[in-house]
Design a protein around this ligand. Structure first.
Ligand code: ATP
Ligand code: MG
Length: 287
C-alpha cells in the first residue's frame, strides 16, 4: 500500500467571465511509505492545488487519490496526516500553547501525552518563550513555526507540507530539514512542495517536477544529478612534480586516462562536474 496515491487528478478553476484555469492536468503520482518526495515547481505550477485537493479543501474536477489506502473523499483518510498550508493563518486570539492544545484535542490525544508533546514541539520550534503570547503578535516566521508544531503534535504517519521552509531564516530552514530527515528515520512519509531546489537536494529520496499543471519528471535525486553530469575535473601530476587540473568532457574520459598513463603522468583526482538541481529545474521550466 502506498502512503499516498494520486490517480489522474485534475482541477479546473472557474474564474469570472467564463474563464477557466486548468491548474492540474491528470496528475499521477505515488509516495511510498517511508519516502520523502519533493514536489518541485515554479510559482503557479499547481502544487498547492494538488495538496488542497488531497486535504479535501477543494474538490478535484477529475481523478481520485488515496492516503494509506483511504479514498480522500472520506475524512478518515486525513486522520494520519499532518498538513501545513501554504499561508498558515491561525486563530488570532489563541496563544501557540492554546492552539496546540486545540489541535491535539481534535485528534483526541490523551491530556498527558498532549501536554508532553506540546512542550516538546514548542521547544523544538523555539516558541517556548513566546508560548503564552497571542499568535497575532507573532512574526511571519513564528507563525510558520506554529504551523510546523501543529503538523507534528499528533505524530502522524503522513506529512503533506506546502512549502515548509517558506518564511524561515537560515537556522529555521536547517531545522525543518533536520525535522524531515528525522521523520524519514522514523519511517514516516513526507510529501512537500517547494520551488527551492537546494531544499530538495538535501532531504528528498525522489523529486517530482510539476510545471503548468503537468508532471514533467519523477526520479531519484541521485539519478537526476547523475543525468546532469557534464564531464570530469581531473587533477594530474607529472614526474617532475608539476601539477595541472583539466576539464574532460564526459565521453572522452576513457581515452584521456589512457593517454595520461602513456605520458607517465599520475591521476590525482577525478571528480564529476554536475549540473545541480537548480540547472535541471530551470531547463525543464525553459522547455
Ligand atoms: N481559487 C482560484 N481561482 C482561480 N484560479 C486559481 C485559484 N487558485 C489557484 N489558481 C490558479 O491555478 C494555478 C495553480 O496555482 P497553485 O496555487 O496551485 O500554484 P503553486 O504551484 O502552488 O504556486 P506557488 O509556488 O506560487 O505557491 C495558477 O495559475 C493559479 O492562478
Ligand atoms: Mg503554492
Amino acid at each position: 500500500m502506498y502512503a499516498l496515491e494520486i490517480r489522474g487528478l485534475g482541477k479546473k478553476y472557474h474564474a469570472k467571465k467564463m474563464q477557466t484555469v486548468e491548474a492540474l492536468k491528470g496528475l499521477n503520482l505515488a509516495v511510498e511509505q517511508g519516502e520523502v518526495l519533493g514536489f518541485l515547481g515554479p510559482n503557479g505550477a499547481g502544487k498547492s492545488t494538488a495538496i488542497k485537493c488531497l486535504m479535501g479543501l477543494i474538490r478535484p474536477s477529475a481523478g481520485s487519490a488515496s492516503i494509506l489506502g483511504h479514498d480522500i473523499a472520506s475524512p478518515e483518510s486525513r486522520r494520519q496526516v499532518g498538513y501545513l498550508p501554504e499561508n498558515p493563518a491561525f486563530y488570532d486570539y489563541l496563544s501557540a500553547e492554546e492552539y496546540l492544545k486545540f489541535v491535539g484535542q481534535t485528534f483526541r490525544m490523551p491530556a498527558d501525552l498532549l501536554a508532553r508533546r506540546s512542550e516538546e514541539m514548542l521547544k523544538l520550534l523555539e516558541l517556548w518563550d513566546a508560548r503564552k503570547r497571542l499568535i497575532r503578535s507573532y512574526s511571519k516566521g513564528m507563525v510558520q513555526r506554529v504551523g510546523l508544531a501543529q503538523v507534528l503534535i499528533h505524530d502522524p504517519q503522513i506529512y503533506l507540507l506546502d512549502e515548509p521552509m517558506s518564511g524561515l531564516d537560515p537556522i529555521g530552514r536547517a531545522l525543518v530539514k533536520e525535522i524531515i530527515l528525522d521523520l524519514k528515520k522514523r519511517g514516516k512519509s513526507v510529501f512537500f512542495s517547494t520551488h527551492i531546489t537546494d531544499d530538495v537536494e538535501k532531504v528528498c529520496d525522489r523529486v517530482a517536477v510539476i510545471h503548468k499543471g503537468e508532471l514533467q519528471v519523477v526520479d531519484s535525486v541521485e539519478s537526476i544529478l547523475q543525468r546532469g553530469t557534464e564531464g570530469y575535473t581531473v587533477a594530474l601530476s607529472a614526474p617532475d612534480g608539476s601539477k595541472e587540473e583539466l576539464l574532460v568532457p564526459k565521453d572522452d574520459l576513457q581515452s584521456f586516462i589512457q593517454r595520461t598513463v602513456q605520458n607517465g603522468k599520475t591521476i590525482e583526482k577525478i571528480e564529476p562536474r554536475r549540473k545541480d538541481m537548480e540547472a535541471f529545474f530551470l531547463e525543464i521550466v525553459a522547455r
